[in-house]
Design a protein around this ligand. Structure first.
Ligand code: DOR
Ligand code: ZN
Length: 369
């Protein structure tokens, strides 16, 4: 059963971002195969169940290292990559792009070897305590500066979970405060470091990225383009919309949509699809994460179509990401077709229990051929 009971579907998610001139949309669009620049695949039974859904549509994905224990060394990243490939059909063209989890003990030599050998594509910075399995993250940013300097020298990008963890900072302000208190100083001290601000949720982050000259880009998730904080909290709490960074006010969602549809090459898709079993979501203290791997492309097409910007979808899903990472776009394509509403399962079964699929709250008319 959907989680939008009592809520008239399609009432609010897409307002405020319509194109200035209503256009006749095409009903078919072929684009270079998309990549997902921020993805949680987990491990074991969960990975077996969710990885095929990403591999069905995406060419590559940046794989988050927040396992328990985290993926901190090149050898662990290589072993994790093997496990991911073993969870997929032998002939899959999907390629996981691995990351190492930055800790205050990270060995820059290990990163350098893993980067040189093509094992890792990026390093992930979690402020300690910011989100799921981030306890081993960084508390003292000065301690990791030598590693960040080495990463800048070797051209190894840093993916950043941009939220402060100070309990005195309101949760809705944690991204904006992180930019001022943490990210600006790091980028000033290590200007050559290539940074990706992940899953941006605020106008502040969009402006910061847009105003930067170089070495800064941002990923935007599918769900943050669709929900605002009312969707989580108004008319009853919706645990399946709870994620981190938490969705903000409507004006911020609109800023994200405008960035995504703008064609600006510094904004690209990172779904942050983050599966948790329903048992772990529906707790007095439930986990953060929305599972969007299955229906992301249909959801995005709906958002871009409503804005009259289907012509900018390929940049967001398939071109801007590889460009920033210094990679070629995928050389095959996917075709999206518009028609009667497509249905997706409301949950995916895993050996650990069901995982609820993100419900955009409006009908999806675009399907992947
Ligand atoms: O909502 C989220 N879920 N945000 C994160 O940063 C982590 C992720 C997870 O791993 O569950
Ligand atoms: Zn994430």
């Amino acid at each position: 059963m959907g989680i939008w009971q009592g809520e008239p579907s399609g009432q609010f998610p897409l307002r405020g971002v319509m194109g200035s001139m209503p256009k006749q949309s095409p009903d078919r669009l072929t684009i270079a195969r998309p990549d997902d620049w921020h993805l949680h695949l987990r491990d074991g039974a969960m990975m077996q169940a969710v990885a095929p859904h990403t591999a069905a549509h995406f060419g590559r994905a940046i794989i988050m290292p927040n396992l328990v224990p985290p993926v901190v060394t090149g050898a662990q990243a290589a072993a994790y990559r093997e496990r991911i490939m073993a969870a997929l059909p032998e002939d899959t063209p999907f390629r996981p792009l691995m990351t190492c989890y930055l800790t205050e003990e990270t060995d820059a030599n290990d990163l350098e070897i893993a980067h040189r050998d093509g094992i890792i594509t990026a390093v992930k910075l979690y402020p300690a305590g910011a989100t799921t399995n981030s306890a081993s993250g960084v508390s003292d940013f000065d301690k990791v500066r030598p590693v960040l300097e080495r990463m800048a020298d070797m051209g190894l990008p840093l993916c950043v979970h941009g939220e402060v963890t100070d309990p005195d900072v309101d949760i809705f302000d944690r991204e904006a405060v992180f930019i001022d208190k943490v990210l600006k100083p790091i980028r000033k001290k290590v200007p050559d470091l290539k940074v990706i601000m992940e899953h941006v949720t605020t106008q502040n982050a969009v402006d910061y990225v847009r105003d930067s000259r170089s070495n800064l880009a941002a990923t935007i998730t599918t769900h943050h383009l669709i929900i605002n904080r009312n969707h989580i909290l108004a008319g009853g709490i919706k645990p399946h919309y709870y994620c981190l960074p938490v969705a903000k006010r409507e004006k911020h969602r609109i800023a994200l949509v405008q960035a995504a549809i703008s064609g600006d090459k510094r904004f690209f898709l990172g779904t942050d699809s983050a599966p948790h079993t329903d048992a772990n979501k529906l707790l007095p203290c439930g986990c953060a994460g929305c599972f969007t791997a299955i229906n992301t492309l249909s959801c995005l097409a709906e958002v871009f179509d409503a804005a009259g910007k289907m012509d900018k979808l390929e940049n967001f899903t398939s071109l801007a990401g590889p460009r920033y990472y210094g990679l070629e776009p995928n050389d095959d394509t996917v075709t999206l077709i518009k028609g009667d509403p497509v249905s997706y399962p409301s949950s995916v079964e895993t050996a650990d229990g069901p995982v609820t699929v993100f419900d955009p709250g409006f009908p999806l008319h675009w399907r992947v051929q």
